[in-house]
Design a protein around this ligand. Structure first.
Ligand SMILES: Nc1nc2c(c(=O)[nH]1)N[C@H]1C(S)=C(S)[C@@H](COP(=O)(O)OP(=O)(O)OC[C@H]3O[C@@H](n4cnc5c(=O)[nH]c(N)nc54)[C@H](O)[C@@H]3O)O[C@H]1N2
Ligand SMILES: Nc1nc2c(c(=O)[nH]1)N[C@H]1C(S)=C(S)[C@@H](COP(=O)(O)OP(=O)(O)OC[C@H]3O[C@@H](n4cnc5c(=O)[nH]c(N)nc54)[C@H](O)[C@@H]3O)O[C@H]1N2
Ligand SMILES: [Mo]
Length: 558
């Protein structure tokens, strides 16, 4: 996030949520946003194909078709430009590329955007005018924006909009991706990406390559970035990756196209899974290593707002489990010894894997990562709210809001983005658009939440949400069993008739192994830059099942 939860909740004059089920998936911040609406009267615009709990509080709900976000955002910007409502001062002083953007936006008139998105042109005008009249406004986005083969373009369009509105570098504004796990921001910051070292230092930059080589003794080649998740699976299938060490992930339920994932994992010569439970993925492993859970270890988590916070141990690790970093460090040390690299590593200032505790790990991070340079365990012990990076020195207070006065690259780059249709859309054979996501009660693949009796009592099984019009055509009603089929696989699941989805669109979660949505999703098309799959759009066919489970004929009209 460019901003903080607090400045948005307390100072934003307008809230724009696009592609985030904020109250169910980010309940605390969701509650704060709801309070901003109810207590401060802040107007809220929500762009989401579904009716979700937060849309109840929305001044305007832009209910577009899944996979049409860039068109919608371009439409909003078209109105800002044609009605001369954009922030000319900000655009002139802080950005470049306005002319190119303006020229590309010309095509995206509200009427044309209505054709693509299904949102009435007048509503698009209304929303753009409200955004221009009410500033600063904060934009929040999540997986509804990123989980598309056009995910990068969608994110750039969010940035374009906020720059045109002059909503960056100020409290109550910003482009704010709501991150999913307690430490997913930290995992990215630490180089858990194929092309960067910690703090987003590019592996291809000679200076960073040399720096890490000197620090560690050896590093991978600068011109060979690693692979992303879906690419790794494909490489396993092709025999290019022969061993995998997976920890803290359960791709047998969470990756797209599970039939394909199983095939890829089975093609490996060696699979190690480190988890706190025996998952669907761990069952395929040659070796399972027991990690200790968050409550049983120490270290730091970095949250959505770049806030590094200490994690304190509440329990001793159960059984033979150990904190992940300890297991990883021991494997690292043994691998160096087995490959004859231990001596070279021992001679480098930060080589080797001998850490006494997480504080020593953070010291190394600080030494090698400019944005974390001032963050140490000793300091965090006296900083009750943690420290927000960039925090370049021990006396630096941290940076709550990014891009104040200046962007990291100097001027903000306005980048024209064209709308591209998703790679797979409904057709005669697979007539419904499936979008996927979550519910409040469960967490991802359910390894943790489905072990909770209370949560499982509330949400024991999966459903496919369907509009009454589609249900009538298929002759099904709530709680009927249907078969859902895509070009990749099929699942049986119960129907829930609901106004939450629009006609032609169905929704499933990926929480339940018995009705795994990812048997249906598509792994064959990825965003060209981020390599994220399009979890939010696939085409499916739904067939009513007779009570004994056999398909009962196919609907004529769909
Ligand atoms: N209870 C609970 N909370 C969670 C999680 C969980 O599993 N359970 N997971 C965590 C993680 S890792 C993450 S990443 C976050 C995810 O948090 P969110 O991204 O907020 O949740 P999702 O359910 O993935 O989808 C968000 C919204 O996108 C909408 N949507 C679908 N298709 C489109 C589209 O094409 N465009 C737009 N604009 N919107 C679309 C859906 O209707 C939904 O409301 O949640 C985190 N919090
Ligand atoms: N169809 C569809 N698929 C999706 C998505 C979607 O919206 N739709 N969303 C995607 C997104 S945003 C995400 S983040 C992924 C999530 O996908 P995953 O990360 O694969 O899902 P989780 O169930 O959270 O799996 C985490 C695993 O870590 C284990 N674990 C928990 N704590 C610890 C620990 O401290 N140490 C170790 N070693 N293990 C631990 C848990 O037991 C669990 O097995 O799913 C993706 N898949
Ligand atoms: Mo996520």
């Amino acid at each position: 996030m460019t901003n903080t939860f607090e400045d948005i909740a307390q100072q934003a004059k307008l809230l724009f949520i696009i592609g985030s089920n904020t109250t169910e998936q980010h309940p605390i911040f969701g509650m704060q946003l709801r309070q901003a609406v109810k207590q401060r009267g802040v107007p809220l615009i929500v762009a989401d194909p579904r009716r979700i709990p937060i849309t109840q509080f929305a001044t305007i709900h832009l209910r577009h078709r899944p996979g049409t976000d860039t068109a919608l955002l371009n439409g909003l910007m078209n109105v800002l430009v044609t009605e001369d409502l954009y922030d000319k001062e900000f655009v002139a002083a802080r950005t470049e590329g306005f002319e190119e953007l303006r020229d590309r936006l010309a095509e995206y008139t509200p009427e044309y955007v209505q054709e693509i998105t299904g949102v009435p042109a007048e509503k698009i005008r209304q929303a753009a005018r409200l955004m221009a009249a009410t500033k600063p406004g904060a934009l929040m986005y999540a997986m509804g924006i990123t989980q598309h083969t056009s995910g990068v373009g969608n994110v750039m369009s969010c940035a374009n909009l906020q720059m045109l509105l002059g909503n960056l570098g100020v409290p109550g504004g910003g482009v704010n991706p709501l991150r999913g796990q307690s430490n997913v921001q930290g995992a990215c910051d630490m180089g858990g990406l194929p092309n960067v070292y910690s703090g987003y230092q590019s592996i291809a930059l000679e200076a960073s390559h040399k720096k890490f080589e000197a620090a560690w003794g050896a590093v991978p080649p600068a011109d060979k970035p690693g692979l992303t998740v879906v690419e790794m699976m494909n490489a396993a299938e092709q025999g290019k990756v022969r061993a995998m060490y997976i920890f803290g992930e359960n791709p047998m339920l969470s990756d797209p196209d599970i039939n394909h994932v199983r095939h890829c994992l089975e093609a490996l010569d060696f699979l190690v899974v480190q988890d706190i439970f025996m998952t669907e993925t761990a069952q395929l492993a040659d070796v399972v290593l027991p990690g200790a859970s968050f409550a049983e270890k120490e270290g730091t988590f970095t949250n959505s707002e770049r806030r590094v916070q200490p994690l304190r141990r509440a329990l001793d690790p159960l059984g033979e489990s150990r904190p992940d970093w300890e297991i990883l460090a021991e494997i690292g040390a043994r691998t160096l010894a087995l490959t004859g690299q231990a001596k070279a590593a021992a001679e480098a200032p930060h080589g080797g894997w001998e850490y006494l505790n997480p504080a020593e790990v953070l010291d190394e991070i600080a030494a090698l990562t400019p944005s974390y340079a001032g963050i140490r365990h000793g300091r965090l012990a006296h900083a009750p709210k943690g420290l927000q990076w960039p925090c370049p020195g021990e006396d630096h207070p941290g940076t709550p809001i990014l891009h104040v006065g200046k962007f990291a690259r100097g001027l903000g780059k306005l980048t024209p983005v064209d709308w591209l249709p998703p790679p797979e859309l409904p057709d005669a054979e697979y007539p419904l658009l499936l979008t996927t996501g979550r519910v409040l009660w469960h967490y991802h693949t359910g390894t943790q939440t489905r072990r909770s009796g209370g949560l499982s009592a509330i949400a024991p099984e999966g459903y496919i949400e369907m509009h009454a019009e589609d249900a009538a055509r298929l002759d099904v009603t709530t709680d009927d069993m249907v078969e859902v089929k895509s070009r990749r696989g099929q699942v049986n699941v119960k129907v829930e008739i609901t106004e939450k989805v629009q006609p032609g669109v169905v929704f499933m979660t990926f929480h339940f192994a018995e009705s795994a949505a990812n048997l249906l999703t598509n792994a064959s098309a990825l965003d060209p830059v981020a390599k994220i799959p399009g979890f939010k759009v696939s085409a499916v066919r739904v067939t009513k099942l007779s009570p004994d489970g056999a398909p009962a004929g196919v609907c004529e009209s769909c």
